[in-house]
Design a protein around this ligand. Structure first.
Ligand code: HEC
Length: 195
């Protein structure tokens, strides 16, 4: 009985000191729980390795069944501008208002770290999202697998994206009601309306 109470107390002490150490780490090494901080290199490497390992081999080894035709690329681009650019940016840099405030932050998908991942791994992230991050799963959002594969076609094109393509995408980005209102006012004005 005494042994049981003893081990229980020891466990409590261990748990409490673990929690204290973690809180200390967050506060001192990491600016509290703020999402603005940059993950440390160790933290980023660990998180990336863990989420890579979590993609089943059967998914990782899938190759893109959608051929990279101009039509598929265009559809992927449209879909990306509409659903992904808000966090990842039209050019894939991740330099967006939302991206900057996330932890982990959207990576620059033009770089090796993303481009060397298999088609299947990128597809898996799009379909299922990434836990404990802002990356949502899109498979439940009414999209088809083909749409996700077309997004992979577009992701592969990111390193070669031209300035003209980037500009075209700006017209495909979602607009807020106030932006739509302003556009309508401008159009009315240009059409000789009452403003
Ligand atoms: C609400 C913000 C948000 C949206 C919208 C979003 N993502 Fe992400 N995405 C993230 C974040 C944050 C990460 C990084 C997660 C991490 O590092 O664990 C990420 C990671 C990824 C990755 C993994 C990249 C790598 O190198 O590991 C891919 C691929 C990706 N997103 C594709 C997409 C696509 C395609 C869309 C649109 C269908 C999309 N994302 C929409 C926030 C978002």
């Amino acid at each position: 009985m005494r042994l049981l109470v003893g081990s229980f107390l020891l466990l409590l002490v261990l748990l409490a000191s673990g929690a204290a150490a973690f809180t200390w780490y967050l506060r001192h090494a990491h600016a509290g729980v703020s999402a603005r901080a940059q993950p440390t290199a160790t933290e980023a490497a660990l998180a990336t390795a863990m989420r890579s390992a979590a993609i089943p081999a059967a998914v990782r080894n899938r190759t893109n069944p959608v051929p990279a035709t101009p039509a598929a690329l265009h559809e992927g681009m449209e879909h990306y501008a509409d659903h992904c650019a808000v966090c990842h940016g039209n050019n894939g840099s991740g330099q967006t208002l939302l991206g900057a405030g996330m932890y982990p932050k959207p990576p620059d998908m033009r770089l090796q770290a993303t481009q060397t991942k298999t088609d299947g791994e990128l597809f898996g992230y799009i379909e299922n999202g990434i836990r404990l991050s802002g990356m949502p799963a899109f498979s439940g959002a009414g999209g088809t697998e083909d749409e996700s594969w077309k997004l992979v076609v577009f992701l592969r094109h990111l390193p070669q994206l031209s300035a003209t393509e980037e500009q075209a995408m700006e017209h495909l980005n979602p607009k807020s009601p106030s932006e739509l209102g302003e556009e309508k006012q401008e159009a009315d004005f240009l059409n000789g309306g009452s403003h």
